[in-house]
Design a protein around this ligand. Structure first.
Ligand SMILES: [Zn+2]
Ligand SMILES: [Zn+2]
Length: 182
């Protein structure tokens, strides 16, 4: 029986099986490490196809999605950020079970397991972290805050903009104005 992000290998049928994820934020929070900037506010959802391969390999393929609480890098407002990542990973059996911690996967699409169970959470968490944007924006064209008066420009414009034009740009457009037209 597949439950949440755990695979119990003896229960895996030869043709494989699908895991339908629907995990509440609370349950994710119990597993999120201190160095993982994940703040889920909605269920983790997704479908993962799990198939046994050769030599004890277990293939996992699918997609995971959730929403995280974030604050906009431009206007600082809190919003919920959708994060979704495709997951494709091959779990290989660790030959020496003692060394599981020391085994370094060659790439992101590879991991190791020992025993009869695979805990998918570390790989899911890794993918969610990778899916985080470099800049979190509440919306693509968020105008942000006025650097001068601090007003939220998505709510209303301020008067600063006219005078606050950067001097070098002002100088440049002054020169451009003087150039003869082609
Ligand atoms: Zn914003
Ligand atoms: Zn302003």
């Amino acid at each position: 029986m597949m439950k949440d992000w755990n695979i119990h290998i003896p229960d895996l049928p030869p043709e494989g099986e699908e895991i339908v994820l629907n995990v509440p934020p609370d349950k994710m929070r119990q597993r999120i490490g201190e160095d993982e900037p994940l703040t889920p506010v909605e269920n983790l959802t997704g479908v993962l196809r799990v198939e046994p391969g050769r030599k004890g390999e277990i293939m996992v393929r699918g997609r995971v999605e959730t929403r995280l609480s974030a604050s906009c890098d431009r206007c600082l407002k809190a919003f919920s950020l959708p994060v979704g990542e495709d997951v494709t990973i091959i779990y290989r059996p660790a030959e020496d079970q003692e060394d599981l911690e020391e085994l370094e996967a060659e790439d992101l699409n590879e991991a190791f397991y020992s025993g009869e169970d695979i805990d998918l959470w570390p790989v899911i968490a890794e993918h969610l972290v990778l899916g985080l944007p470099i800049k979190a924006l509440c919306r693509e064209d968020c105008p942000g805050l006025c650097p001068k008066c601090g007003r939220d420009l998505s709510e209303s414009a301020c008067q600063c903009e006219i005078e606050a034009g950067r001097p070098e740009f002002g100088a440049l457009s002054a020169i451009r104005d003087k150039l003869p037209e082609k």
